[in-house]
Write a protein that binds this ligand. Structure first.
Ligand SMILES: Cc1cc2nc3c(=O)[nH]c(=O)nc-3n(C[C@H](O)[C@H](O)[C@H](O)COP(=O)(O)O)c2cc1C
Length: 167
């Protein structure tokens, strides 16, 4: 049975929820899945394919993603990889913001060429933020709330098994 790793970065937990939802769909397709915080993954060795995801903070995907890709670039380049990014800009209707999220994702996973990629709207709960983060989002008048679209997440995840595992 193919073994899939779903490796995610998170600061406040909303990307973890998305990673769990993705793993449920892949498990439902009959594959063996492990979901792990990316900073705790020693190596992608032993997996047949990897799904990598992380949130955007101040225009960039959390650094743990780029570190993981840099450290294991050769192994990852030799296996199917899917990638997703989480942020408030994917919830926006502004094409420039959506493009910025897309650029942040490709920068974080470069030079990998994912078999599938997605931008997902995240969640921002001011109660979970520290003083400085609260000031930052206040300055940019960021919307707050949970914008995660579980239907869009499941629909994307349902496509993954056939893209990640051939034959
Ligand atoms: C200080 C701060 C900066 C952020 N910067 C961005 C950003 O530049 N672009 C974006 O799309 N979302 C931004 N966000 C929204 C987060 O990406 C969103 O809340 C995400 O769901 C957080 O994921 P996590 O809960 O897994 O850490 C920011 C949030 C905070 C608190």
């Amino acid at each position: 049975m193919a073994r899939i790793l779903v490796a995610y970065a998170t600061k406040h937990g909303s990307t973890a929820g998305i990673a769990e939802a993705i793993s449920k769909e892949i498990t439902a397709a009959g594959l063996s899945v492990e979901v792990k915080e990316i900073k705790n993954v020693q190596s992608p060795s032993g997996y047949d394919a990897v799904v990598i995801g992380g949130p955007i903070y101040m225009g960039k995907v959390m650094a743990d993603v780029k570190k993981f890709v840099g450290r294991h670039q050769d192994k990852l380049a030799a296996m199917p990889v899917a990638a997703f990014v989480v942020g408030l800009s994917p919830a926006s209707k502004d094409e420039k913001e959506i493009e910025a999220a897309r650029t942040a994702l490709s920068d974080a996973i470069a030079p990998l060429q994912p078999v599938a990629s997605a931008l997902f709207a995240g969640s921002l709960d001011p109660e979970k933020l520290g003083f400085i983060e609260r000031k930052m989002i206040g300055m940019v008048k960021s919307p707050t709330g949970d914008f995660r679209d579980w239907d869009a997440i499941s629909a994307w995840a349902k496509r993954l098994p056939s893209l990640l595992v051939k034959g």
